[in-house]
Design a protein around this ligand. Structure first.
Ligand SMILES: [Zn+2]
Length: 414
């Protein structure tokens, strides 16, 4: 994590009490950087229009043509320029029945491959996979129906994606850039690459999320909200699967019935975790977007203190899986909607006073600061501290000026 010292000097309100902060802090947060992001939809596909054999034959010709260009380029002492490559191969490739832009794609890819291999002192590239890279001129993507039409040489094929609707739905609002088709182990796979340029807006406020196995606590500077997660549900399914494995430790692998039961539990657990994470991510991101807020999350490194039963390796592993899933979903949705995301240092977010930084003591579920008298229930502390760290980063950096904090009802010191 990058660390930098920032000076800050401003006041904020927590639960109605005015607090002033003055001093300097290490930078405890970083932003998801702007730029271009790619995301791929990967799914098995079946040919529903045209014949699979024809398609495989065309892929084989594609591979053969590309290999021929690679071989010829490899034999030259010097890698030729693109103009030279065009002169050498364009007509040959057109002779194979490839359309003009596909012929150009093939020699471009071959040229890039040879250059990269030469630079890394590799041996001559041999293309083994049956695959092709197609752009918008060769492809029609219909995500609503989960269908893709592709043209290879002069033949159109219609393919149906064999994947859950919910998964495909996630990509519907994105712009696709290219499509890859490949044939591996007797199965046809498509991957559709989407590109989006992330340019987050300047936030007017922050919404902080504290993620736990049972609850998600959300703090926006004035209110604390809680959502129950579905992770406990998922965990119990996983535990049931593991109990089965323990109970039949010798034969569960070989017994069809137990094996399929174990697999089914794992599959359902995973689906619930994934679907629920996307659902929550969508809600959080849309709310942040409407208010023009940034989302603040904890960095997952060093999160060990969050799981109470440290001895339970199963719970721990699952918790990390769940947190990663949820965080990935939130960041991914935020990138899609250009919502800014701040990731903060998670150390001591549940043990330090958000007002004065002193160590808190707990009486049942109530956290009390003996130094400044601040009192709040245990579940809110994490979200408040995450929110504060993000605010410090914003105030310290050039992202949000104290002036704009004033506009939000914040008052500046001095
Ligand atoms: Zn305090």
């Amino acid at each position: 994590m990058k660390q930098k010292v920032y000076k800050f000097d401003y006041r904020y309100r927590i639960r109605g009490s005015l607090v002033s902060m003055r001093g300097s802090i290490r930078q405890l947060a970083w932003r998801i950087p702007e730029g271009a992001y790619h995301k791929a939809l990967r799914a098995e596909a079946e040919v529903i229009g045209g014949s699979l054999n024809d398609l495989l034959w065309n892929l084989a010709i594609y591979r053969h043509a590309m290999q021929r260009v690679v071989d010829a380029l490899w034999d030259l002492d010097k890698v030729p320029s693109r103009t030279q490559v065009h002169r050498m191969f364009y007509n040959v490739l057109r002779g194979y029945g490839f359309r003009a832009h596909v012929a150009r794609n093939i020699y471009d890819q071959a040229l890039a491959l040879v250059k990269a291999t030469r630079e890394s002192n590799g041996s001559k590239p041999v293309l083994r996979k049956l695959s092709a890279r197609l752009d918008y001129q060769d492809t029609k993507v219909d995500l609503d129906r989960g269908m893709i039409r592709i043209i290879l040489r002069d033949q159109w094929y219609t393919l149906k994606l064999k994947h859950k609707r919910e998964y495909i739905e996630r990509f519907r609002s994105l712009r696709w850039k290219e499509v890859h088709v490949k044939y591996v182990n007797g199965k046809l796979f498509m991957s559709i690459v989407f590109e989006l340029v992330y340019k987050p807006y300047t936030p007017r406020g922050i919404v902080a999320l504290d993620i736990n196995l049972r609850t998600i606590t959300i703090y926006d500077g004035s209110k604390v909200r809680r959502y129950r997660t579905r992770f406990v549900d998922v965990l119990s399914k996983r535990k049931r699967a593991e109990d089965l494995q323990k109970k039949y430790s010798k034969r569960w692998r070989y017994n069809e019935k137990i094996l399929s039961r174990v697999r089914e539990l794992h599959r359902r657990a995973r689906n619930i975790a994934v679907d629920w994470s996307w659902k929550l991510a969508k809600q959080v991101v849309q709310k942040a977007l409407i208010k023009g807020y940034a989302i603040a999350l904890e960095d997952l490194e060093g999160l060990r203190e969050k799981v109470n039963s440290k001895s339970d390796e199963v719970v721990w592993k699952f918790a990390m899986f769940a947190y990663r899933r949820l965080q990935y979903s939130i960041i991914s949705k935020a990138i899609e909607y250009e919502v800014p995301v701040v990731v903060v240092d998670p150390r001591n977010t549940s043990s330090l006073c958000p007002r004065c930084g002193e160590k808190l003591i707990y009486i049942h579920r109530l956290a009390i600061c003996r130094k400044c008298g601040f009192k709040v229930d245990r579940d809110s502390i994490g979200a408040m501290n995450i929110w504060l760290r993000a605010l410090h980063a914003y105030a310290g950096g050039a992202w949000v000026t104290p002036k704009s904090l004033c506009d939000e009802g914040w008052s500046q010191t001095g």
